[in-house]
Design a protein around this ligand. Structure first.
Ligand code: SAM
Length: 245
């Protein structure tokens, strides 16, 4: 997977992508990141990339020319998705991450200041994506959220593939609780089943906890889970919990 990020602040992207679990995926060349700075494409003698808004008002607006030229400079692979980050976009979620993980290239455009000249959004083929109903200073954190979440979903991206398979949202359920040593911490004990060595019972307990947690914490997701096809094991657990309709 190749990530190309069009940003006025490449160091934010580069620093994050060199650290921790994601940094390892980059070092192992399972994914690669390339940053493109629109400032390097500005034809203005002062390398300006923003200007005051027509009609007046606060803030500076990102100009078309440096952004169009920066985007055009990126060589596009056939199986590629192009994203423009904006609070007005489609909300990013695990399902979108999964779809994006099947691409060979993701090009991201990050805004800053007051946002884009409307015509930047009109670059053909762009998907507008938001990472939530709040306003960030710039699109870099949003792009990093997508890079991080998508890298986890690429086979080999985070080492053991099953770690991502059992993450929250992967089966329309939140993840079950985890425990590690010690088995008694300030009187809070690890559930006996996890110490039993009975893998079938452990798997059942985990699924049950995931269902109960989702019902308690995310009724919207629980509804989605209830509407999808269930495995034999899930049906049995739902019956045991009196949730089978
Ligand atoms: N004036 C804009 C508005 O009200 O929609 C907000 C501009 S924001 C300060 C600057 C840039 O940060 C945006 O162009 C976008 O790239 C990024 N950004 C801010 N919040 C975001 C979010 N929730 N999701 C994705 N990108 C966001």
């Amino acid at each position: 997977m190749k990530f190309d990020v069009i940003t006025l602040f490449p160091e934010i992207i580069e620093n994050y992508c060199s650290a921790s679990v994601i940094g390892r995926a980059f070092k192992q060349e399972i994914v690669s990141v390339n940053t493109v700075n629109p400032r390097d494409f500005s034809t203005d003698k002062h390398k300006k990339v923003d200007d005051t808004p027509y009609g007046g008002g606060a803030g500076m607006v990102l100009m078309c020319q440096p952004f169009y030229d920066a985007y055009d400079s990126v060589k596009k692979l056939e199986n590629c998705a192009s994203i423009i980050f904006t609070p007005q976009g489609k909300p990013f979620n695990q399902e979108m991450g999964k779809n994006l993980s099947t691409k060979d290239q993701i090009i991201s455009i990050c805004g800053h200041y007051e946002g884009y000249d409307e015509r930047i959004r009109q670059i053909p083929g762009l998907i507008e994506v938001s990472i939530g109903d709040f306003v960030l200073t710039g699109g870099e954190l949003a792009a990093l959220c997508v890079i991080d979440a998508v890298t986890r979903l690429i086979p080999g991206g985070i080492g053991k593939e099953e770690s991502a398979e059992e993450d929250s949202f992967s089966e329309d359920l939140l993840e079950y609780p985890h425990y590690t040593r010690p088995n008694d911490f300030r009187g809070m004990k690890v559930p006996d089943v996890l110490l039993s060595g009975n893998h079938q019972e452990i798997a059942k307990w985990r699924k049950k906890q995931a269902i109960l947690r989702t019902q308690a914490k995310r009724p919207d997701l629980f509804e989605k889970f209830m509407q999808r096809e269930h495995t034999k094991e899930e049906k049995a657990i739902l019956k045991e919990l009196n949730l089978w309709i």
